[in-house]
Write a protein that binds this ligand. Structure first.
Ligand code: F6P
Length: 364
């Protein structure tokens, strides 16, 4: 049975390429005679019934646009919905029945949920509770299980690499150690790729805990060989051997409440102390990596993921996420996606290549 109406939502942190996916899903659906409804602000819109019909002009001209025209929320979870009192006290309530009922009222044949691990885990639960869901993997972190790549990652790596390139020249002029902190949460993909692309001397990722003495030794070695500057690319989730991550803030309402950030400043202080005489500066790339226009690669990937998601809707393959495995589009169950995160294997070929060109990972 051909779907007559579908709904789309974008959940979790925003990410370059979201609009390209919305456009692809909606244009393909509309071209097949199917109506499209946009749910605003992720699952918040499903709980509060914030919906609007999308017309062709709503999704036209948005492929290059950053953010999401539907809005998003990385705290709204229908099963654990945060309510904040006037005195800022947060309590939680289960609103999933309202979400399911609101979806039923839409008379839609499918929900396309575009999001990261949090959004897709919730999509899996909503599927079990009766919503015909298809997922699309989104995140700059590239850490979604079941797919080799997510849209948004390429743009984040591009922005981070641009940042490293700019830091390189000033590090060289001032003979400094410069630390560039990139996002990625518990996964080191952004640091690994941008660190290699930007020629980082030291790359620190969560999957390979570092020893500060090894980091300092590498910087000193470079100095003694006449390289009086060093570039250290650190993932926000990196941690010392036997130590823990640096938490910048706790967002109680959120799926993953700890917001990481600040490891670069901790490292900077330690390096200045242990490698005395070597001035150190730290830069946090932060949300620059998430904002703005997607790269051509991400626009193409997002378009393909969007149209493939609509294929899954047409097939009735609900409870699945569209995925890329070995350069081919395929589908995986949301149940499998919800099992965890895709982290960097310690012996990943790119880690090995980086080590072969002298990059230090702080472990040996
Ligand atoms: O998951 C995407 C991401 O940008 C992470 O890399 C980062 O840790 C987190 O979201 C930041 O979240 P927020 O936008 O809530 O600060």
């Amino acid at each position: 049975m051909k779907p007559k109406r579908i709904a789309i939502l974008t959940g979790g942190g925003d990410c370059p390429g979201l609009n390209a996916v919305i456009r692809a899903v909606a244009k393909k659906a509309m071209g097949e005679g199917c109506e499209v409804v946009g749910i605003e602000d992720g699952y918040e819109g499903l709980v509060k019934n914030k919906v609007r019909k999308l017309e062709n002009h709503d999704v036209s001209g948005i492929i290059a646009l950053g953010g999401t025209v539907l809005g998003t929320s990385n705290i709204a979870n229908p099963y654990h919905y945060a309510i904040e009192s006037k005195s800022c006290k947060v309590t939680f309530k289960d609103y999933h029945r309202s979400a399911v009922n609101n979806f039923k009222k839409l008379k839609a044949d499918a929900l396309v949920a575009i999001g990261g691990d949090g959004t897709l885990s919730i999509a899996n639960r909503l599927y079990d509770d009766g919503i015909p869901v298809v997922g699309v993997p989104k995140t700059i972190d590239n850490d979604i299980l079941g797919t080799d790549i997510t849209f948004g990652f390429d743009t984040a790596v591009w922005v981070a690499t641009e940042g490293i390139d700019r830091i390189h020249t000033t590090a060289q002029s001032h003979h400094r150690a410069m630390i560039i902190e990139v996002m990625g949460r518990a996964a080191g993909w952004i640091a690994l790729h941008s660190g290699v692309a930007g020629g980082g001397d030291i790359i620190l990722i969560p999957e390979i805990p570092y020893d500060i003495n090894v980091v300092v030794k590498k910087i000193k070695e470079r100095h003694s060989k006449g390289k009086r500057f060093s570039i250290i690319v650190v993932s926000e989730g990196a941690k010392p051997k036997g130590g823990d991550v640096v938490v910048n803030r706790v967002v109680k309402q959120s799926f993953e409440s700890d917001r990481l950030g600040g490891i670069s400043f901790v490292l900077g202080g330690q390096i200045e102390k242990l490698a005395c005489g070597i001035e150190t500066r730290a830069v946090i790339m932060g949300h620059l990596q998430r904002g703005g226009s997607p790269t051509p690669f991400d626009r193409v990937l997002a378009t393909q993921l969007g149209t493939k998601a609509m294929d899954l809707v047409n097939e009735g393959a609900f409870g699945h996420m569209v995925a890329v495995r070995n350069n081919e589009f395929t589908k995986v169950t949301l149940r499998d996606v919800a099992k965890g995160k895709r982290l960097v294997p310690k012996d990943h070929p790119l880690v090995e290549s980086a080590r072969s060109v002298g990059t230090c990972f702080g472990d040996r």
